[in-house]
Design a protein around this ligand. Structure first.
Ligand code: UDP
Ligand code: MG
Length: 315
């Protein structure tokens, strides 16, 4: 039977930890009773350099439930995306399937069973997708929605309304591990892995205890990181802007020449205005072109896997 690891990144989650641990152990027990996962399945809490008692609480839980609760302590705070990666890459060595979820239980743990069912049907990645975001504030909802739209427009393909609540098989996590990039935006990388995927839908709840560890500043940083680490489209936009300005300068040239011929210009104005527009456009275009090369270098140094072979038929 398959050994499940539920990976939970935790940063200053002392109010949540016992509640999460109990709820997640409940899910494990239920799935074990239904013979859907092995008896040594476990919850893996990753302490992301918390400043409160989070790690002590993880230790206590592990002492009480040595099989069901395990922990990873990071030496300092590295942020949600890295903490989650640390957890996944630790768990992959000792489990067959992993589900990542936030410590605040805003995502519905009840759909984990459905995720496991889909895994048994042969899906390698199962995304948890929010139906609606009624419990989030209007501000959080609209900014998050704008964020997904912007990301997609910028060429970073992500699953709409999916955060980091997802199931991944062992081989999917192993493939994910090959993406050695430091500017990490997990949601953008997972769709690049391939394999058969599916979604389960749920309503996102309110945080049970504690407060959001993702203030606007961190959200904006995540958004910029997402775009800049997945796409070099902004550079292409500079090139495009250069082209547009050169075109405008041609229009301006016609206007200036007509004005000149009609005789209602000051001496020197025509040549000045033309050079300003034209040179501006040429400069932008050149910056864009250089940018294209930098963009290529950027993609090269990531050393991403170029493909993922699923099967080979030979002999
Ligand atoms: N988290 C983390 N490191 C950080 C910030 C957050 O591991 O530096 C964890 C946090 O403990 C939680 C998850 O990431 O389990 C998501 O954070 P939160 O629920 O505060 O974000 P929100 O749901 O408000 O976007
Ligand atoms: Mg949350």
């Amino acid at each position: 039977m398959d050994r499940l690891a539920i990976v939970v990144p935790c940063y200053n989650e002392e109010e949540m930890l016992k509640i999460s641990s109990e709820a997640l152990r409940g899910v494990l027990k239920d799935l074990i009773d239904k013979k859907k996962i092995s008896e040594d399945s476990y919850v893996l809490f990753v302490n992301d350099g918390s400043k409160d008692r989070t790690w002590e609480l993880i230790e206590e839980e592990h002492a009480k439930y040595p099989v069901a609760v395990k922990g990873v302590k990071l030496a300092g705070n590295v942020g949600h995306q890295y903490a989650l990666t640390a957890g996944l890459l630790t768990a992959v060595q000792m489990s067959d399937v992993m589900i990542s979820i936030d410590a605040d239980l805003q995502d519905d743990i009840a759909v984990m069973e459905e995720m496991i069912d889909k895994f048994h049907e042969g899906k390698d990645i199962v995304y948890g997708v929010r139906n609606k975001r009624t419990t989030d504030s209007f501000f959080k909802r609209t900014t998050a929605q704008a964020f997904y739209k912007l990301m997609n427009a910028m060429g970073a393909k992500t699953v709409y309304n999916h955060a980091d609540f997802r199931l991944m098989s062992k081989r999917a996590v192993e493939q994910y591990a090959k993406y050695g990039e430091s500017n990490l935006y997990i949601r953008g990388i997972i769709p690049l892995i391939g394999y058969e995927t599916d979604c389960v839908y749920y309503d996102r709840k309110e945080r049970v205890a504690g407060e959001s560890k993702y203030p606007l500043k961190k959200m904006l940083a995540l958004a910029f990181n997402g775009i800049s680490s997945l796409s070099v489209k902004p550079i292409t936009m500079i090139t495009g802007l250069g082209c547009i300005i050169i075109f405008l300068s041609i229009c301006a040239a016609i206007y200036a020449i007509v004005s000149y011929c009609l005789g209602n210009t000051e001496p020197g104005w025509t040549s000045l205005i033309l050079s300003i527009w034209f040179l501006g456009g040429v400069q932008l275009l050149c910056i864009g072109l250089i940018g294209q090369y930098i963009g290529k270098i950027y993609l090269e140094v990531k050393h991403r896997p170029r493909y993922n072979i699923e099967k080979i038929l030979s002999e």
